[in-house]
Write a protein that binds this ligand. Structure first.
Ligand code: AMP
Ligand code: GLY
Length: 423
């Protein structure tokens, strides 16, 4: 099979690394890719916003399957256009992508189907929004509607913070807000493959969204992750499937927009059970990096089964060992940062036992590796315990010479604390 992967992040490097090992693969392409992906795939500078150009590329290169990494091309309908041209593509249609692109859409699906989530109201103006938060009290959560890459959310601990967030949000013309009940608990990311009707659970992971140690600093796309997520017990998984995932799939099918692809449920594990924070219609980044090193089975047949509506009797095998990944980012991220700074020591770092290095924002300059984005590297380790995986990841990081980068030093702290308490 010839496969085209779309994207350029650490998530795509992990997917490329996994698919490159598939016996079904003839040739893997990636558009646009990065310096690490270039070792597993042929990188090509396609304009993925130009669907006609992507279709031409697929026909010219006899692509059997397109795998779409990020949400933007999905929301732009790339899967619909490829399907119309007779090309198989893994990912949801434009309509089904609204589960991520519109928080209001998802909230309405939840309400209509009694899916557990935070109570909410939608607003188009600041006056009504402020009156509502005053009536509800703090803590309360203020969200901008639309794709905001995880950055349009303020968890306000006081009414003053909530009102400031509302003012900031409505400073943008045409803004819409979703204001939600604050849910207390521990978060987990759960991934499920879907074929329009059936769901095949993958695994859960825990992400670290804040930039700095101790879960402080600004929100980011994710600074590290580990899998499995101890808080996501077998009972939590069963409830999530029965109360959240399957009702969503039934609702999407009933409205004529069946969901195919990977469904990423951001969950709050509360004292009353799992509740949906949000859906994403793609693999998580950096969660995918820990999922792919734990996945024992071939990924390619599972992606094909999702596209072909044949997940019903599908099964996947997983390594029991936990995996942990630490994101190295350019200093200044998630704010302004420099590009083009040099990174050394990657080969020595990759020698640490159990370590796999996935590239995110990198580019090659001859035999040198340069930073080319905010999140730049994912140092991923597996071991018998999260504590040992953490030790391996940081041992590898200590071999990397990149004065212009930084990482958190406490990735996995919740799981490590649990292990220490249990030993
Ligand atoms: P989102 O972009 O919706 O995933 O929100 C970003 C982060 O804000 C989440 O990962 C949570 O940490 C937090 N958050 C969002 N909604 C809520 C909520 N209703 N209650 C508590 N925390 C929330
Ligand atoms: N790590 C969170 C996300 O991919 O959205």
């Amino acid at each position: 099979m010839n496969i085209l992967l779309i994207g350029s992040g650490g998530r795509e490097h992990a997917l490329a690394w996994k698919m490159a090992a598939s016996p079904l693969l003839t040739k893997l392409w990636c558009a646009p890719g990065n310096a690490g992906i270039a070792k597993d795939a042929a990188c090509v500078g396609l304009d993925v916003a130009n669907h006609a150009a992507v279709i031409d590329f697929c026909k010219a290169n006899k692509i059997d399957l397109v795998v779409v990494g990020p949400e933007a091309p999905l929301a732009a309908g790339i899967v619909d256009d490829l399907a119309a041209a007779g090309i198989k593509a893994f990912g949801p249609s434009r309509e089904a992508s609204q589960l991520e692109s519109s928080k209001g859409f998802t909230k309405d699906i939840c309400k209509a189907n009694a899916i557990p989530t935070a109570a909410y109201e939608r607003f188009r103006d600041a006056v009504a929004a402020k009156a509502y938060v005053r009536s509800q009290g703090a803590p309360i959560v203020v969200k901008a509607d639309g794709l905001a890459a995880g950055k349009g959310v303020v968890v306000a601990m006081t009414l003053d913070e909530a009102e400031a967030a509302i003012d900031a949000l409505f400073a943008a013309p045409g803004a819409e807000a979703v204001i939600e009940e604050f849910m207390e608990g521990e978060e987990a990311s759960f991934f499920v493959l879907c074929d329009g009707e059936h769901a095949l659970p993958l695994a859960a992971a825990q992400d670290h969204k804040r930039a700095f140690d101790g879960d402080t600093g600004p929100n980011t796309g994710g600074m590290g992750a580990y899998s499995p997520a101890p808080v996501f017990t077998e009972a939590a998984r069963e409830r999530t499937m029965a109360e959240i995932i399957l009702p969503t799939l039934r609702a999407m099918k009933a409205r004529g927009t069946p969901y195919k692809g990977v469904l990423f449920a951001g969950l709050m594990i509360t004292k009353d059970g799992p509740k949906l924070i949000e859906y994403n219609v793609r693999f998580g980044d950096p969660e995918t990096q820990v999922l792919m090193v734990r996945l024992m089975s071939d990924l390619v047949p599972a992606l094909l089964a999702a596209v072909d509506g044949e997940l019903k009797h599908f099964d996947l095998r997983w390594h029991a060992e936990p995996a942990l990944t630490v994101v190295m980012a350019a200093k200044g991220y998630p704010g302004d940062y420099a590009k083009g700074t040099r990174i050394d020591g990657l080969d020595a770092a990759a020698q640490v036992e159990g370590v796999e290095i996935f590239h995110a924002g990198t580019k090659a300059d001859g035999d040198k590796i340069l930073a080319n984005g905010g999140r730049v590297l994912n140092i991923t380790a597996t071991a018998n315990t999260v504590s040992e995986a953490q030790r391996r990841a940081y041992a590898a990081i200590d071999r990397i010479d990149w004065p212009d980068g930084f990482c958190r030093r406490d990735i996995g702290w919740q799981a490590v604390k649990r292990e220490q308490a249990g030993s």
